[in-house]
Design a protein around this ligand. Structure first.
Ligand code: GAP
Length: 452
C-alpha cells in the first residue's frame, strides 16, 4: 500500500530525519529561510552534481561558471530587475499584515492569471475584497523583490548593490570573458549553480517559495534562426532529467505561459508544473530570452557582446534558450514523489523510494549488535571494503536492528547490509532491499558486484 504524501508528513519527516530545518530555529525561525541538515545536504549535493554532469560536463558545447553573487548595480539596471522585478502588494488596514495581491485573489477563489497590477487593483475595489481577517485592504502598491545591500563602508547610491535574484545575469555579464578565453563556437551554453535571493512578500509552502534558494541555470546561445530547434531540445532534456530524479510523469504538466504572464525578456516560456500536495505549481521554467539580455548589457556597458561567424563573415547577437531549474523545488518534488507508506511485519512503515543516483546514503552497514566486538570488527571490515568502491556508504550501530532499518528507510537508503553471527562462520551477510524489504544472503566477496 502506498499512501499520498501530505505536506505535514513531508515537513515532519524532513525535520525528524535531519533533511531540512527552519532557519534561525533556536530563535523561533525566520520566514522564508531554511537550513539543510546532514541528509538534506547530501540529497541536495547529489541533485546538483547530477545536473552538473548531465547539463554541463557531458556536453562538449557547454561551459561551467561560478560568478559572484554581488555585482554592480548596472547589471540589475540593464537586466530590467531594478525597474521591473516587482510584485503587487496590499495590506490589511487594521493589523498591517501584508499580502501578495495575486496570491490573495487566488486564495479567495479568483484567477489572477494575466492580470496587470492595475487590473488586480481594480478587481479588489470592484469586488470589495477584504483581508483574510475580514478587514479593508490598502491601495495596491508595488514592491521590488531584490534584497538591497551596501558594498564597503559607504551608504550612498554608489555603494548600493543587490543580492542576485537569478544566477542568469552572472552568465550574461561573463559572456565576453568566456568568448575571449574559451572561444566557443555557436551554439554553446554556459551553466551555473548557485544561490539566488528574493524578498518574497509571503514565503510559503515549506521550501517551495523561499527568500533564499538555489538555481541550476543554463543559458544556451544560438543563432536566431535556430531558437525553436534548441527550445525543443531543452524541453526534451528537462523531461529526461525529471525521469532521472524519479519524478512521476503523471504529476508533471507543461504550461504554455501566455504572453501577458511572461517575464519581460521572454518571447516564449513553458512552465513545468508539478502536483505538489498544496496544488499544481511551477517547478521549472524553459524560456526563449531572445537577445534581450546581451543587447541590454552591450548597450549599458558599451562592450561588444556578439559572435563573429567566421564562415559567413557576419556578426550576430546570439539568442538564448534558458532552462532554469530550482534546486529546492526539485528537492521537494523528489521527496513528494518518493514518499511511501506500507505495512511490514505488522507495523506501519514510512520509506523514501529515492533513485539510487540521488539517495543521500547508498548503502548502510550494520553489525547485528554493537556490544559484540567480533561482529563490530567484521562489520567495520565490510564497511571499509564497500566504502572504497561505492560512494556514500555509512556505518551505523546505534539502536536495535529494527530501528536502524526504519531510520534508513526514512532516509531512503536503497540497501542495508547486516553482519551477524553466521557471517563469522561462512563470510555471508544479509542484504536488505529498501522497497520490498526482501533480504538475501550474499558472500562478502560477491557484495560489491551485487551492489554496484
Ligand atoms: N533566470 C530565470 C528565472 O529566474 P524564474 O521562473 O523566476 O526564472 C526559475 O525562476 C526557477 O527558480 C523556478 O522555476 C523555481 O524552480 C525557482 N524559484 C524561483 N523563485 C523561487 C523561490 N522563491 N523559492 C524557491 N525556488 C524558486
Amino acid at each position: 500500500m502506498s499512501e499520498k504524501a501530505t505536506m505535514e508528513k513531508i515537513v515532519s519527516l524532513a525535520k525528524r530525519r535531519g533533511f531540512i530545518f527552519p532557519g534561525s530555529n533556536i530563535y523561533g525561525g525566520l520566514s522564508g529561510f531554511w537550513d539543510y541538515g546532514p541528509y538534506g545536504v547530501m540529497l541536495k549535493n547529489n541533485i546538483t552534481r547530477l545536473w552538473w554532469r548531465i547539463f554541463v560536463e557531458e556536453r562538449e558545447d557547454v561551459h561551467g561558471l561560478d560568478s559572484a553573487i554581488l555585482m554592480r548595480q548596472d547589471v540589475w539596471q540593464a537586466s530590467g530587475h531594478v525597474g521591473g522585478f516587482v510584485d503587487a502588494v496590499v495590506s490589511d488596514t487594521v493589523n498591517g499584515r501584508q499580502f501578495r495581491a495575486d496570491h490573495l485573489l487566488e486564495d479567495q477563489g479568483y484567477d489572477p492569471t494575466g492580470m496587470s497590477i492595475e487590473d488586480i487593483s481594480n478587481h479588489i475595489k470592484e469586488n470589495n475584497i477584504k483581508s483574510p481577517n475580514g478587514n479593508p485592504l490598502s491601495e495596491v502598491s508595488t514592491f521590488n523583490m531584490m534584497f538591497e545591500t551596501c558594498i564597503g563602508a559607504g551608504k550612498g547610491e554608489e555603494s548600493k548593490s543587490y543580492l542576485r535574484p537569478e544566477t542568469a545575469q552572472g552568465i550574461f555579464a561573463n559572456f565576453k570573458n568566456i568568448m575571449d578565453s574559451v572561444h566557443p563556437q555557436l551554439p554553446f551554453g554556459i551553466g551555473q549553480i548557485g544561490k539566488a535571493f528574493r524578498n518574497e512578500i509571503a514565503p510559503r509552502d515549506f521550501i517551495f517559495r523561499a527568500r533564499e534558494f538555489e538555481q541550476m541555470e543554463l543559458e544556451y546561445f544560438v543563432h536566431p534562426d535556430e531558437w525553436e530547434k534548441w527550445f525543443d531540445h531543452y524541453r526534451e532534456e528537462i523531461w529526461r532529467w525529471m525521469d532521472m530524479i524519479g519524478l512521476d510523469r503523471d504529476s508533471i504538466h507543461e504550461l504554455e505561459v501566455p504572453a501577458e504572464d511572461r517575464a519581460h525578456y521572454s518571447k516564449r516560456t513553458i512552465d513545468f508544473e508539478f502536483d505538489y500536495p498544496f496544488g499544481r505549481k511551477e517547478l521549472y521554467g524553459l524560456a526563449y530570452r531572445t537577445d534581450f539580455d546581451l543587447k541590454s548589457h552591450a548597450s549599458k556597458s558599451g562592450q561588444e557582446l556578439s559572435y563573429l561567424d567566421q564562415e559567413k563573415n557576419e556578426r550576430v547577437v546570439p539568442h538564448v534558450i534558458e532552462p532554469s531549474l530550482g534546486v529546492d523545488r526539485t528537492l521537494l518534488a523528489v521527496l513528494v514523489s518518493a514518499y511511501r507508506e506500507d505495512e511490514m511485519n505488522g507495523e506501519k512503515r514510512v520509506f523514501l523510494s529515492l533513485p539510487v543516483a540521488i539517495a543521500p546514503v547508498r548503502v548502510a552497514v550494520f553489525p547485528l549488535m554493537k556490544n559484540k566486538s567480533d561482529l563490530v570488527s567484521k562489520a567495520r571490515e565490510v564497511f571499509e571494503i564497500l566504502k572504497k568502491e561505492i560512494p556514500r556508504v555509512i556505518y551505523d550501530e546505534s539502536g536495535s536492528i529494527g530501528k536502524r532499518y526504519r531510520r534508513q528507510d526514512e532516509i531512503g537508503t536503497p540497501h542495508c547490509v547486516t553482519v551477524d553471527f553466521d557471517t563469522l562462520d561462512d563470510q555471508t551477510v544479509t542484504v536488505r532491499d529498501r522497497d520490498s524489504g526482501e533480504q538475501k544472503r550474499l558472500k562478502i566477496e560477491d557484495l560489491l558486484a551485487e551492489l554496484k
